[in-house]
Design a protein around this ligand. Structure first.
Ligand code: KIV
Ligand code: ZN
Length: 515
C-alpha cells in the first residue's frame, strides 16, 4: 500500500452543486489554476454531459491545466461517458469518473432499476469508459447505505472491467467515523481484486463529520484518495474540507504516516478566491482558513504564544498562506507592476484589453483608497465588470441621500447591453433604495434570498465592503458579488452582477438539478 494520499478536489463539481455557488467559465478556470498551484492531484472540473456550459468549462480546464489530472463526472451511460471523454481530449492527464446509485432506496425509488440491472449497467459503463481513457474512477452513489454483499459484487465487477479508483461516497452524510472506516476496510478485505484499485473516500458533512469520516476511511479503511472541496463548499452542509483534511494529515504525520503533495502556502489564497467567487463567506472560527483561526485573543494565550509559539499553536499561520495585510500597490504603481502582481496572485486575462479595464479600475480605487492590499486586487478582478463586453448590466454611477428622519432615496445610472438608463426609488435605507431603483427598471422579478456585507481587509473602516447578493428566479439561484469602499455602491454592483448571472447562464439549470 502506498504511503501517499491523493487529494481529489471537487470544488468545481460537487462544490458548485451548492445552490447559488454556480460559477462562470472564467471563474472556474481561475480557480482551477489556483488548485494546480496548490498541487492538487486531481481536479474534478465538472460534469461535461450536464449542459453545454459545463462541457465548455471541463474542456477549457482540461486544455489549460498541465500539472494536475483533470476529471469529469459522468453517469453510467455511454452518452455521458463519451461527452466526458470528448471534453477531456486536450488534457495532459485525464480521468473519467462514472457513477450509479447502489443503495436499495436509490435503486428502487430513484433509478427504478433492479440490483441486477444496476450491476450490469455499472459493468458496461466502466468497460465503455476504459476504451476511452486509461484512468477510470467508479463511484457507487449512496455507497455507504448500500448492502455489503451487493456492493462487493458491483465493485469486484467494475475493477475487473478496469476501474483504477474506487470511491465510496457517503452521499447523505450519514456515516460515523469508526463505522465508515470499518466499511471501507471490509470492502477491501472481501473483494478479491481490491488491490488492483486505489480506494477513495467521499464524505458529505450533514452531521458535521465529513472530515472525521474521511480520515477514518484513510486510517482504518486504508483509503489513499480523499475527495474534498475548498472551504468544504457543497450542497446542504457541504463536503469534506480540503484545508482541514490536508492539515490534519500533515500536522499529525506521526499518526497518519502519509505524504501529501499539497503546497499548503496556497491554501488561504484558494479559500479567499472560492469565497469571493461564490459569495459563500467563510465563518471566522473555521479551522485553518477562518479569520480567527490563528488569532489569540485571551491574555494567557497571547502571553504563551509570545514566549513560545507552540504553547498554543499547532500549525504556523504562514505555512497555510496567511500574510499580515501587506500594502502591495498604490496610486503611483504602473501597469506593469499591476500586471506582475496579478500574475503572482495567479490571475490571468484572455486579452490585453481586459487588463486595461482592470488597471483603470485599480487606478480609480487607488484614488479613493490610500492602501491597496492583495485582497482588494482579487476583489477588483473578480468583479465581472472587468470583462465588460461579456456583461449585460453594468453600473455607471449612483447617488443616494439619507438623513435621520427622512426616507432615503437613490438614483442609479446603469447600462443594459451598453445603453444607459437612469432609475430612482425610495427605500427603508440607501441600499434598499438603490436595489429598488434598479429593479423598478429591470423588472427581473427575482427574489432576494441573501444580502451580506463583509470588510475585505479587517481592522479598518477604510476597507472595501464586499457585498454578496443571492437571487432566485425560475428555479435558479445565483450569487452576485460587488466590492467598493462605499457599501451602497458595492450593493448595486453585487445586484447587477447577480442579474448578469441570472440572465446569461440559462444552460446551467441542468447542472444544478441532476441528482
Ligand atoms: O455524493 C456523491 O455520491 C457524489 C457522487 C457522484 C460521487 O457526489
Ligand atoms: Zn458528493
Amino acid at each position: 500500500m502506498t504511503d501517499r494520499l491523493i487529494i481529489f478536489d471537487t470544488t468545481l463539481r460537487d462544490g458548485e452543486q451548492s445552490p447559488g455557488a454556480s460559477m462562470t467559465r472564467d471563474e472556474k478556470l481561475r480557480i482551477a489554476r489556483q488548485l494546480e498551484r496548490l498541487r492538487v492531484d486531481v481536479i474534478e472540473a465538472g460534469f461535461a454531459a450536464s449542459s453545454n456550459g459545463d462541457f465548455e468549462c471541463v474542456k477549457s480546464i482540461a486544455d489549460a491545466i498541465k500539472d494536475s489530472t483533470v476529471c469529469s463526472l459522468a453517469r453510467a451511460n455511454d452518452r455521458d461517458i463519451a461527452r466526458a471523454a470528448e471534453a477531456l481530449k486536450g488534457a495532459n492527464s485525464g480521468r473519467i469518473h462514472t457513477f450509479i446509485a447502489t443503495s436499495p432506496l436509490h435503486m428502487e425509488k430513484k433509478l427504478r432499476m433492479t440490483p441486477e440491472q444496476v450491476l450490469e449497467q455499472a459493468r458496461l459503463a466502466v468497460r465503455f469508459a476504459r476504451n476511452q481513457c486509461a484512468d477510470i474512477e467508479f463511484s457507487p452513489e449512496d455507497g455507504y447505505r448500500s448492502e455489503m454483499d451487493f456492493l462487493c459484487r458491483v465493485l469486484e465487477a467494475v475493477i475487473a472491467e478496469g476501474a483504477t479508483t474506487i470511491n465510496v461516497p457517503d452521499t447523505v452524510g450519514y456515516a460515523i467515523p469508526e463505522l465508515y472506516g470499518d466499511f471501507i476496510k471490509t470492502l477491501r478485505e472481501r473483494i478479491p481484486n481490491s488491490d488492483k484499485a486505489i480506494w477513495s473516500v467521499h464524505c458529505h458533512n450533514d452531521l458535521g463529520m465529513a472530515v472525521a469520516n474521511s480520515l477514518a476511511g484513510v486510517k482504518i479503511g486504508g483509503a489513499r484518495q480523499v475527495e474534498c472541496t475548498i472551504n468544504g463548499l457543497g450542497e446542504r452542509a457541504g463536503n469534506c474540507s480540503l484545508e482541514e483534511v490536508v492539515m490534519a494529515v500533515k500536522t499529525r504525520k506521526d499518526y497518519f504516516g502519509l505524504e501529501v503533495g499539497i503546497d499548503t502556502q496556497h491554501i488561504v489564497p484558494a479559500s479567499r478566491m472560492v469565497s469571493q467567487t461564490t459569495g459563500f463567506v467563510v465563518q471566522p472560527n473555521k479551522a485553518v482558513v477562518g479569520a480567527n483561526a490563528f488569532a489569540h485573543a485571551s491574555g494567557i494565550h497571547q502571553d504563551g504564544v509570545l514566549k513560545a509559539r507552540d504553547t498554543y499553536e499547532i500549525m504556523r499561520a504562514e505555512d497555510v498562506g496567511w500574510t499580515a495585510n501587506k500594502i502591495v500597490l498604490g496610486k503611483l504603481s504602473g501597469r506593469n507592476a499591476f500586471k506582475q502582481r496579478l500574475q503572482e496572485l495567479g490571475v490571468s486575462f484572455e486579452s490585453e484589453s481586459e487588463i486595461n479595464v482592470a488597471f483603470a479600475k485599480f487606478k480609480e480605487l487607488a484614488d479613493r483608497k490610500s492602501e491597496i492590499f492583495d485582497e482588494d486586487i482579487l476583489a477588483l478582478v473578480s468583479d465581472e465588470s472587468v470583462t465588460p463586453e461579456k456583461e449585460q448590466y453594468g453600473l455607471v454611477s449612483l447617488a443616494q441621500h439619507s438623513e435621520t428622519g427622512e426616507r432615503p432615496s437613490a438614483t442609479v445610472v446603469f447600462t443594459i447591453d451598453g445603453k444607459e438608463f437612469e432609475a430612482q426609488a425610495e427605500g427603508n435605507g440607501p441600499v434598499d433604495a438603490s436595489l429598488k431603483a434598479i429593479e423598478s427598471h429591470v423588472g427581473s422579478g427575482a427574489e432576494l434570498l441573501l444580502y451580506s456585507v463583509n470588510a475585505i481587509t479587517s481592522g479598518s473602516t477604510e476597507s472595501q465592503g464586499e457585498v454578496t447578493v443571492r437571487l432566485q428566479h425560475g428555479g435558479r439561484v445565483v450569487n452576485g458579488v460587488g466590492a467598493d469602499p462605499d457599501i451602497v455602491v458595492a450593493s448595486a454592483k453585487a445586484y447587477l452582477s447577480a442579474l448578469n448571472k441570472l440572465h446569461s447562464k440559462a444552460d446551467k439549470v441542468a447542472a444544478q438539478g441532476w441528482v
